[in-house]
Design a protein around this ligand. Structure first.
Ligand code: COA
Length: 259
């Protein structure tokens, strides 16, 4: 794969997608977004990939949209850019495998919005989060006003979106924006530990859980419960369900095959 703006590595079932525009703190432009999309599609298509991690560098996960580009843009530019952002984000959030954002340094604007598309967010102690768009005369355009309140609730989300101020990792954990905060030096190991645990779990059940939760948000409870019921019942047709329950009864560790 010929990617310039992201590094892409697959290792023992985990795909590591690392933003690679360090001189601009991984600011998002169409080149970065298209490379990210290519890497995501590769993860989608490769059965050997079980867990996907997106990460930046120590100083920055991603600082958001490229302000140099945006400063020259008009309404048409904004529509084209946000169409691309929304397309890539949809691919990421619909990826039928667990995704983890490994966040160190700045996760701002579109960077935070990408992290919100992941299933889990593991943060380094040096991480800084924010949606500073309001300070630039705009609003978040990559799902920030939609996904953030759904995740952390309207109260902290309003403060972040209205004030555009940054918060540290500790506060992010307090409001439920991230799952765990670890020292920067332990970030990769911690993410690998999460990935290893996820790979021990039955892949089809993980996929079903992801679909049930994501589809269920934003629809009436009754419809969500119907989705859950269908997926729950479907799993009784899998080998992994037989294995999981037999292993329990036989007092041994289950070995799942993803079938
Ligand atoms: N778009 C484009 N370039 C950006 C950028 C962005 N969102 N954020 C940082 N950069 C560039 C800077 O222009 C600078 O490039 P240069 O060296 O060619 O001048 C480089 O990245 C380093 O940034 P700098 O501001 O010098 O680093 P810093 O450590 O002093 O500050 C931040 C870091 C993140 C606090 C600051 O860069 C910032 O506020 N960025 C904007 C964040 C933002 O508003 N994001 C939302 C966009 S919608």
């Amino acid at each position: 794969m010929d990617l310039k703006c992201v590094n892409f590595r697959k290792e023992d079932g985990v795909a590591w997608i690392q933003f690679n525009r360090p001189d601009k703190l991984n600011a998002l432009n169409p080149d970065v977004l298209k490379d990210l999309e290519t890497a995501i599609v590769c993860c989608e298509e490769d059965d050997a990939v079980r867990v996907v991690v997106i990460m930046g560098h120590e100083k920055a996960f991603v600082v958001g949209g490229d302000i140099h580009d945006m400063s020259k843009g008009d309404i048409n530019f904004a529509y084209d850019l946000s169409d691309l952002v929304l397309r890539v984000q949809e691919r990421l959030s619909d990826l039928p495998k667990p995704t983890i954002a490994a966040i160190s340094g700045y996760a701002l604007g579109g960077g935070l919005e990408l992290a919100l598309c992941c299933d889990l967010r593991i943060s380094a102690e040096n991480a800084v989060f924010g949606l500073p768009e309001i300070t630039l005369g705009i609003i978040p355009g990559g799902g920030g006003t939609q996904r953030l309140p759904r995740l952390v609730g309207i109260c902290p989300a309003t403060e972040l979106i209205f004030l555009g101020e940054m918060i540290k990792a500790e506060r992010a954990k307090e409001i439920g924006l991230v799952n765990k905060v670890v020292p920067f030096g332990s970030l990769k190991d911690e993410v690998q530990a999460y990935a290893s645990k996820l790979m021990e779990r039955p892949a089809l059940a993980l996929r079903a859980a992801k679909i049930a939760m994501r589809r269920g948000l934003g629809i009436p409870l009754k419809e969500g419960l119907q989705i859950e019921q269908n997926l729950f019942c479907m799993l009784f047709g899998t080998e992994d369900q037989k294995e999981g329950m037999s292993a329990f009864l036989e007092k041994r560790k289950a070995v799942y095959t993803g079938k």
